[in-house]
Design a protein around this ligand. Structure first.
Ligand code: BGC
Length: 256
């Protein structure tokens, strides 16, 4: 597919996991990529090499999405290096486990900053440039089934993803007149580093897979394919929706 020829995409957290796969996939579809990472430089470099090997161009930027100067740097890099930023994938995310009554303030601040403040202000910087240039755009947030479904032990994560869901809904209305679409992709259990503890715990993993009607964990490719669709011309009239990529997990209910 060369459907994204001439488009420039920013993908946050693209040094590993879902973000890395999304950047690689958009590169195969011929988008030029701004690859953001915060910790995994080697991973971000591997992403860049994969995009280049697929025949497209990429630049790697170390930027912490929780910092205003850094989110501006991501948008500026896209415009100075490639002449625009048409697609923004807010993928960078994290989770921290704790019982609600033990959750430290620092964990709340960190999770909310990465998962919600980051997308909020990066989208703002992305939109300001498009608005000035009178160009359309696409915002795609990597949310979670937990923008909707409870996740005991992860109240901070649920708050952040629930917030991301309402941010998407609000921006659908505010940005529609500018020709900017906004959608969420909500992965379920995907085999990535965020799930390392789970992947190493056979009993927990089996219990989780039992809850997934399709009977397997998702892959990063499963998520990247939906993002590629949302970035493509085929999705030009699609805005304001959450796309579950969860093997049916959200809809499942058993009576034992
Ligand atoms: C979380 C995973 C969890 C999955 C399904 C994801 O959003 O990051 O830790 O396993 O949802 O519950």
């Amino acid at each position: 597919m060369q459907g994204l020829q001439g488009k420039v995409a920013i993908v946050t957290g693209a040094g590993s996991g879902i973000g890395q796969e999304i950047a690689k996939r958009l590169g195969r579809d011929r988008a030029k990529l701004v690859i953001d990472y915060v910790g995994s430089e080697a991973g971000a470099d591997a992403t860049r090499k994969a995009v280049e090997a697929a025949g497209s161009q990429a630049v790697v930027v170390q930027a912490d999405v929780t910092k205003m100067a850094d989110v501006q740097k991501l948008v500026d890099t896209a415009w100075t290096q490639f002449g625009s930023a048409d697609v923004l994938v807010n993928n960078a995310g994290m989770e921290k486990r704790s019982d609600f009554w033990d959750t430290p303030e620092a964990d709340y601040d960190k999770v909310m900053a990465v998962n919600l403040k980051g997308p909020f202000f990066l989208t703002q910087a992305f939109v300001r440039r498009l608005r000035e240039a009178k160009r359309p755009g696409r915002v795609i947030n990597i949310s979670s089934v937990h923008e909707e479904m409870a996740f005991p032990g992860f109240a901070t994560y649920c708050c952040s993803k629930g917030g991301l869901r309402m941010l998407m809904r609000d921006l659908t209305v505010e940005l529609g007149p500018l020709g900017i679409t906004v959608n969420n992709v909500a992965p379920g259990a995907i085999a990535t580093p965020i799930n390392t503890a789970l992947l190493n715990d056979k009993a927990k993993l089996e219990a989780l897979v039992k809850n997934i009607p399709l009977g397997r964990l998702g892959t990063t490719e499963d998520v990247a394919g939906v993002v590629a669709f949302l970035a493509s011309d085929d999705a030009s009239y699609v805005t304001g929706a959450t796309f579950l990529v969860d093997g049916g997990l959200m809809r499942n209910y058993h009576e034992q």
